[in-house]
Write a protein that binds this ligand. Structure first.
Ligand SMILES: Cc1cc2nc3c(=O)[nH]c(=O)nc-3n(C[C@H](O)[C@H](O)[C@H](O)COP(=O)(O)O)c2cc1C
Length: 312
C-alpha cells in the first residue's frame, strides 16, 4: 500500500480543512495518508523518507509562505520523494503565485521531486469576514478541486514551475511582514475585562508564543501572525496589535453552512460586480477543470491542464 504525508501549517483551520480533503481523496484511492500539523516543538516529526508522496500545505501570508512554515521545512531531512504543495489564500490574485517560490527552491535543494502545486481559495481570516454564500462556494469547489488534484498527484503528473520575476520581487518586498510579526507579536494585548482565562489561545498557539506569568497572559516575539488565538478566542478578548482593525473573530462554521440549504453557495457568478468580480476568473478556471468548460487564458496560480504533462 502506498503512503502519503501532508505537513500542514494552518492558523485558523482553512488549510487544514483543505489538506483533509486531499487526504480523503487519497484514501479513497487506497493511499494511507497522515496529516501532520506543524507546531512547536518540532519533535516526533514523521520523516518524509517513510512516505511515497509528501505534501506541504500552508496559508499565504503577505504573498509569502509563513516564515514559521519554512523554518519547519528546513528541519526535515533530505528526501528524494515525490512532493506537492497546497496553498490557501483569501483572494485569487497573481500576487499570491510566488508565495511558494522559496519553499519550492528549498524542497528542490533537499532532493524532493516537486510535481505540482495547487492554490485554493478559502475565506479571509484577516481584514474582513466573508459571507456565508461565498464560504460555502469555496468549500464546494475545494472538495472537487482537491479530488482532481489528488488524482493528478497519484498519476505522477508534473507541471513546469515558473515564477514571474515581478511576483518574486513583490513577495520579497512583503517579507517585511516577517519582521512585523516579531514586533507585533509582543504588542498583542488581552482585554482583561473580557478574558475568562480559558487558555485556549495559550494551548492552541502553534509557535508557543503565549505564556501565563503572574496571572497574566503574555505574548512574545515568536508570533507567526496566524490569527489562531484571535479567531478562536470565545470572548473576543485579544487585541492583535497593528492588526486590531483587521481582526476576524469566531471560526467559519463550514459544517453549518454545508447543512443549510438556504445558503446556495453561488456567490461568485457571471453577474458578480464590485470587488468580488475579480474572483470570476478563478471560478471560470475551476469550472474548466471540473466540468471541462472554457476557462480564461491565464490562470491564477492554478495547475492548468495544459501545464501538466506526464512525468517521464
Ligand atoms: C498575516 C496574514 C497575511 C495574509 N496575507 C494574505 C495574502 O497576502 N493574500 C491572500 O490572498 N490572503 C492572505 N491572508 C489570508 C489567508 O491566506 C487565508 O485566510 C488562509 O486561508 C488562512 O488559512 P489558515 O486558516 O489555514 O491559517 C493572510 C492572512 C494572514 C493572517
Amino acid at each position: 500500500m502506498q503512503r502519503a504525508i501532508i505537513y500542514v501549517f494552518s492558523g485558523t483551520g482553512n488549510t487544514l480543512l483543505t489538506a483533509n480533503m486531499v487526504r480523503d481523496s487519497f484514501e479513497r484511492s487506497n493511499v494511507g495518508t497522515t496529516i501532520y500539523e506543524i507546531k512547536e516543538p518540532f519533535d516526533d516529526v514523521p520523516s518524509p523518507q517513510d512516505f511515497d508522496f509528501v505534501g506541504f500545505a500552508y496559508p499565504v501570508h503577505a504573498f509569502n509562505s509563513p516564515q514559521f512554515f519554512l523554518k519547519f521545512v528546513k528541519t526535515l531531512p533530505d528526501a528524494n520523494k515525490k512532493a506537492f504543495i497546497i496553498k490557501t489564500s483569501g483572494e485569487p490574485f497573481h500576487l499570491n503565485d510566488a508565495s511558494s517560490h522559496k519553499l519550492y527552491n528549498l524542497l528542490v535543494s533537499k532532493g524532493f521531486d516537486v510535481m505540482l502545486d495547487r492554490h485554493l481559495l478559502m475565506p479571509y481570516n484577516i481584514v474582513f469576514r466573508y459571507e456565508d454564500e461565498l464560504v460555502k462556494q469555496m468549500y464546494i469547489y475545494n472538495e472537487k478541486l482537491c479530488e482532481l488534484f489528488a488524482a493528478d498527484v497519484l498519476d505522477g503528473k508534473h507541471k513546469e514551475f515558473h515564477f514571474k520575476l515581478r511576483h518574486i520581487i513583490t513577495s520579497a518586498v512583503f517579507r517585511i511582514q516577517w519582521v512585523g510579526a516579531i514586533i507585533n507579536g509582543r504588542i498583542y494585548r488581552i482585554d482583561k475585562s473580557k478574558c475568562n482565562d480559558c487558555m485556549l489561545c495559550l494551548k492552541g498557539c502553534p509557535t508557543k508564543n503565549i505564556s501565563y506569568e503572574k496571572e497574566k497572559l503574555c505574548f512574545d516575539s515568536a508570533c507567526a501572525m496566524c490569527m489562531k488565538c484571535v479567531m478562536l478566542c470565545p470572548v473576543d478578548a485579544i487585541n492583535p496589535g497593528i492588526l486590531r482593525f483587521w481582526k476576524v473573530n469566531g471560526a467559519y462554521n463550514f459544517e453549518r453552512m454545508m447543512n443549510d440549504n438556504r445558503i446556495k453557495g453561488d456567490f461568485i457568478n457571471e453577474d458578480t460586480k464590485g470587488y468580488f468580480r475579480l474572483f470570476k476568473k478563478y471560478y471560470r478556471n475551476a469550472d474548466a477543470q471540473i466540468y471541462g468548460t472554457d476557462g480564461d487564458d491565464e490562470c491564477d496560480g492554478q495547475s492548468e491542464p495544459e501545464d501538466i504533462k506526464q512525468h517521464v
